[in-house]
Design a protein around this ligand. Sequence first.
Ligand code: APR
Length: 257
Amino acid sequence: MPETAELPDGVVTAVRGARRVLVLTGAGMSAESGIATFRDAQTGLWETFDPGQLATPEAWAADPALVWAWYAWRIRLVRDAEPNPGHRALADLAAHREVAIVTQNIDDLHERAGSQVAAHLHGSLLDLRCAQCGAPFEGLPELPEEPVERVTPASCAGCGGDVRPGVVWFGEVLPEDAVRETEAAIGALGPGDVCLVVGTSGIVFPAAGYPSAAAAQGATVIEVNPVESELSDLCHHVVRGTAAQVLPALVTVLDEG
Ligand code: APR
């Protein structure tokens, strides 16, 4: 159990005074569940691939079995992973404040920790659909026990097309409902509210633009990240720690009243 972090006074005051908390999470949120962040070196079979090369419609069109093998393995890893204390702290936070979670992550660890997720901006690994007709694929295809280079995608029962992961690939548009829910959550923020930015490098838009939109609403923006990110300079406070260390400490502060 990682020790909880020391919190700067300004952070404690901000969280204590908030009515609403918008939490924007990225891959670092799931790092302590053993899920590699997006820009950490890929491990194993895919270490020679740049994720940006695999997470594209062009890669899928060129070699669906290669792309599906990568996602099937990531589904296996997510299913074998557990929410970490950071995920659980955010679920506990909802007992203290009005919490909205907007995530760039395609895993279901927030949900498995008990949180409601307002938006999965980049889709979800587990929402499989036919790449041809768009029909949802119910359940999960057989997943590899070990990483393998190619796995033939499942076929759509309706049209026989290849079944793809319901994630947003580079060059694809974000789900309309996710953007709408995110904009509504930001619009609901007012002075004295808080926006927690947890575990994101702040490189990919529009997600990277949401913290400044929250600040424009008068919210206090607090970054939780062990290292500096593209967003650090626009945050009112930064807590240099990990999600599993800092978020439980935040909830403890609220528990203490
Ligand atoms: N706790 C908090 N933050 C962490 C932790 C941790 N335990 N470990 C790493 N981080 C931070 C890193 O310092 C980094 O700033 O998490 C961030 C992860 O950054 P990325 O790997 O770039 O992930 P993310 O910001 O979510 O990427 C955004 O890019 O390629 C797209 O769709 C992909 O959703 C992804 C998006």
